[in-house]
Structure formats: structure tokens, C-alpha cells
Design a protein around this ligand. Structure first.
Ligand SMILES: Nc1nc2c(ncn2[C@@H]2O[C@H](COP(=O)(O)OP(=O)(O)OP(=O)(O)O)[C@@H](O)[C@H]2O)c(=O)[nH]1
Ligand SMILES: [Mg+2]
Length: 290
């Protein structure tokens, strides 16, 4: 499927972050645990080289726990530091400890000179991955604006975590070329692209294909339909079963698509990871992290 989108405000967000990079010592790079490879910005890691980075596999409450373990190990091997997290369910202690550990050498260096320095921690990642929710969880207050759609955070926002740590919430970043197409589709399926730039019906068909591979039986179990190879046919059956019909008995495909996408995003079809870690290890995906 073709995804056309306008990256104008992304360029602005990127510039805003670049301007602040000098101040940043530690970066928490949030990826979505349901597609940990496709949701890692290919150039963010490069931009942040030299900083101490933690890859945070957020929304792990919605992902397959076995896959999350494998993906966390994968990123630990690649970046040295990775953690699975749920900003809605987990206590922040482990993430706090990881941030403190990453910041410790800098704090100590300054302490040795008798100075107390605030270490600044950037929280970055694609839209809707949960950056603001992560910050709110860390500080135990709703200071950063959260929302169930991409593009909620528009500018940078500093939030103090302790007397030595300050967090920087940032707008979601995507890169100009979403490649390969499967990666773009996963990003869209997770709800990180504005719905106006995506044909939701086509995306629903693609999601049915993705689910057939990633979680065979999940669609059948939820909707009581047969999971044949023809995604459009499966989709029609879902609409019929749920009564998403217009007056002449025609399928209301828009409504069907919205419900299927919402239910998948909300975890109603189970804890599903769209990207298997062994696929990435085998190098079969072109969007490998650097
Ligand atoms: N289930 C679940 N939902 C989460 C988690 N983290 C965030 N959310 C939800 O995901 C949605 C997006 O969260 P935000 O924190 O606004 O995401 P963001 O990355 O700041 O998004 P932008 O500012 O738009 O780039 C909200 O509805 C959150 O409640 C998580 O770990 N698990
Ligand atoms: Mg935000």
C-alpha cells in the first residue's frame, strides 16, 4: 500500500531537537515493543552517537512477552542498554535506575571538581510511542500532555526529575522515507501516522495479513471468522459479524476498519508483536538498526 505523508512539521521537530542536542548527555530512545525494529528512527541513533543511550521498548504490556525478551536482548547487544517498559503499568524504578546509571559518570566528573551539574535526558521516538507518558510515569505526575493520537506534543518541554536530572519531552519524529513499505505499514498499524494520510480500509486489510503471520488465530478468535488467505474476504466477514452495514446491506468498510485498528491498538486481539526477533537476526528486514 502507498503511504503519502507530508513531513514538514517533522523537519521542524528534528531541527528543534538538533538545537538542544549539545545540552543532552543521556537519551531514552523509545520504540514500540510491538514493532521494535520499524519504530526505531534510523538516523536518531546516529545523531545521538557519543551520548549515553537507553533503548526503551515501551507498550510492552501490549506486546508478546517472549518476543519482548528477545528484542530487549537484541538491543542490549547492539546499544549496550535496553529495557522493556510499560508507561501505563510499570513502576518507574528500573527505568530510573538505568537513567541514573547512564548519568552517573557525568555527575561524578563534575562532583570531582566540586560542581553540581544537572544532567539532561532527552526522551525521543516516533509519534504516539508514549514519550510523554514515560516522562509522566517517571515523575509520578501528569506534567507532559498525553493523547491517544500522534502529534500531541508540539514543542520541546523540560521537566525536572530530581535535583540532578532534567527530562526533555520532544515531538514525535519520523523520517522522510518510510522504508521498506512493510515498516511503514507497521508504523501506520500501530497508530503513529495521522489517520488523514492513511487509507484506513487498505490498512485494515494489511493488518489482517500481518496478524495472520504474527498471531495466527487471533482474528478468528476475536471475530468468529475464518482466517482465509484473502484479507478482503476476512475483513468483509468481520464487518458482517459485527453488523457494520449500510442501509442497502453494503459493508460499512470505514467503520469496520476503524474498529479493527482500534481494537488491535488497544490490545483487544491479545499481546501481539508484529516483528519477530529471529527475522531481524537473520537480516531479512531492510530497516535494520545501525
Ligand atoms: N497500553 C499502553 N499505552 C501506552 C503506553 N505508553 C503510552 N500509552 C498510551 O499511548 C498514547 C500515546 O502516548 P503519548 O505519551 O501521548 O505518546 P507520545 O509519544 O508523547 O506522542 P506524541 O507527543 O504525539 O509524539 C496515550 O494514549 C498513552 O496513554 C504503554 O506503555 N502501554
Ligand atoms: Mg508526547
Amino acid at each position: 500500500m502507498q503511504i503519502h505523508w507530508y513531513p514538514g512539521h517533522m523537519a521542524k521537530a528534528r531541527r528543534q531537537i538538533e538545537e538542544k542536542l549539545k545540552l543532552i548527555s543521556v537519551a531514552v530512545i523509545a520504540v514500540d515493543a510491538r514493532a521494535p525494529l520499524s519504530t526505531l528512527s534510523p538516523d536518531l541513533a546516529a545523531q545521538l552517537s557519543g551520548k549515553s543511550c537507553i533503548i526503551l521498548l515501551n507498550k510492552s504490556d501490549l506486546a508478546d512477552p517472549e518476543q519482548t525478551k528477545l528484542w530487549t536482548a537484541y538491543y542490549k547487544r547492539r546499544f549496550g542498554n535496553a529495557l522493556a517498559f510499560s508507561a501505563t503499568q510499570d513502576k518507574p524504578a528500573r527505568l530510573l535506575a538505568a537513567i541514573r546509571e547512564a548519568a552517573a559518570p557525568i555527575v561524578q566528573r563534575y562532583a570531582a571538581r566540586g560542581m553540581r551539574k544537572t544532567v539532561r535526558v532527552l526522551v525521543a521516538g516516533i509519534p504516539n510511542v508514549g514519550k510523554s507518558a514515560i516522562i509522566n510515569r517517571l515523575i509520578g505526575q501528569k506534567r507532559a500532555k498525553e493523547g491517544d493520537k500522534p502529534g500531541v506534543t508540539r514543542g520541546l518541554q523540560w521537566v525536572r526529575l530530581s535535583d540532578t536530572l532534567e527530562l526533555l519531552d520532544s515531538p514525535g519524529l519520523l523520517w522522510p522515507k518510510l522504508e521498506p513499505p512493510e515498516a511503514a505499514e507497521r508504523i501506520a498499524a500501530l497508530g503513529s501516522l495521522r489517520s488523514e494520510v492513511v487509507d484506513e480500509v487498505e490498512l485494515a486489510w494489511r493488518l489482517i495479513d500481518m496478524l495472520r503471520e504474527a498471531a495466527p488465530g487471533a482474528v478468528a478468535a476475536r471475530y468468529g471468522v475464518e482466517e482465509g488467505p484473502d484479507a478482503r474476504r476476512v475483513f468483509e466477514q468481520i464487518c458482517q459479524k459485527r453488523g457494520f452495514l449500510r442501509r442497502q446491506g453494503e459493508i460499512d468498510d470505514q467503520r469496520g476498519a476503524q474498529v479493527l485498528l482500534d481494537e488491535f491498538r488497544g490490545g483487544k486481539l491479545g499481546r501481539i508483536t508484529l516483528e519477530r526477533c529471529d527475522d531481524a537476526e537473520a537480516g531479512s528486514d531492510g530497516n535494520e538498526a545501525q
